[in-house]
Design a protein. Structure first.
Length: 251
């Protein structure tokens, strides 16, 4: 089982900052790549595949609420919640839906009822998946649910992050760390055992994915109402800021 960050190769064609073609009914939830020539975008109710230049290759309408996603072994895995997010009593209805990375055909569904406050994202690393999600006000730690390749719960981890608005929205493993994007422009980093390493003021709540070494693509959204847009921006590891968007001069 291999993910984009695990498969980083120096010979891989580079990705660059790019706008996703088109407008969509709901806002961007996450991005990932197939490591070679495609970017995948989750727009809550639309799953989109583009080339590296942002041109749409295929898209499918999906039930609300599709969240953050990851690429693994030729498939796209997406966190899905049909219930309530951030409810202190639970009442979430969580799944991971798996789509073929070529044509976005739905391949399988895996229930993840253990994600108590609502499944918001999924990431893959080292032959395991993690699912992250919501958090009610007043809860001073985040929860990370670890699953095996068949989506059987293997562990529940506590991330001593303090409260983050609505929990964790996006996740990726890259450059030897877990990277978690939260609303309120908060970025968390953790080691492989989910010990908190850093907390930064950086917005990657709509997408974060490692593409090579210390380089990332960061999801950003625009538009309003039912005319939402998305873009992916190159970013680099920064010791003080966590990540920084690469300036136009460096592109």
């Amino acid at each position: 089982m291999q993910s984009n960050a695990d498969n980083a190769q120096s010979s891989r064609p580079p990705f660059s900052s790019v706008d996703c073609e088109g407008t969509y009914r709901s806002h961007l939830q996450g991005i990932c790549t197939n490591e070679v020539d495609a970017i995948y975008w989750s727009f809550t109710r639309t799953l989109v595949k583009t080339d590296r230049d942002g041109n749409v290759r295929t898209k499918v309408e999906v039930p609300r609420h599709y969240g953050d996603l990851c690429f693994c072994d030729g498939a796209i895995h997406v966190a899905v919640n049909f219930g309530r997010f951030n409810d202190p009593e639970g009442n979430a209805d969580n799944w991971v839906y798996v789509h073929d990375a070529d044509d976005l055909k739905l391949l399988s569904k895996h229930e993840s009822s253990e994600v108590f406050y609502g499944a918001g994202g999924v990431a893959c690393h080292n032959s395991k998946f993690i699912v992250i999600g919501g958090l009610p006000e007043g809860v001073e730690e985040n929860y990370i649910y670890e699953y095996d390749k068949d989506y059987k719960l293997a562990n529940k981890h506590v991330l001593n992050s303090g409260y983050t608005r609505l929990g964790i929205q996006t996740a990726t493993f890259a450059a030897g760390l877990w990277w978690f994007g939260c609303y309120g422009s908060k970025l968390l980093t953790a080691d492989e055992s989910f010990n908190l390493i850093g907390k930064y003021d950086f917005d990657c709540a709509l997408g974060v994915v490692g593409i090579s070494g210390g380089t990332f693509l960061i999801g950003r959204g625009g538009g309003e109402g039912h005319q939402r847009t998305g873009k992916a921006l190159l970013a680099d590891v920064d010791e003080e800021a966590g990540l920084t968007i690469r300036s136009v001069a460096k592109l």
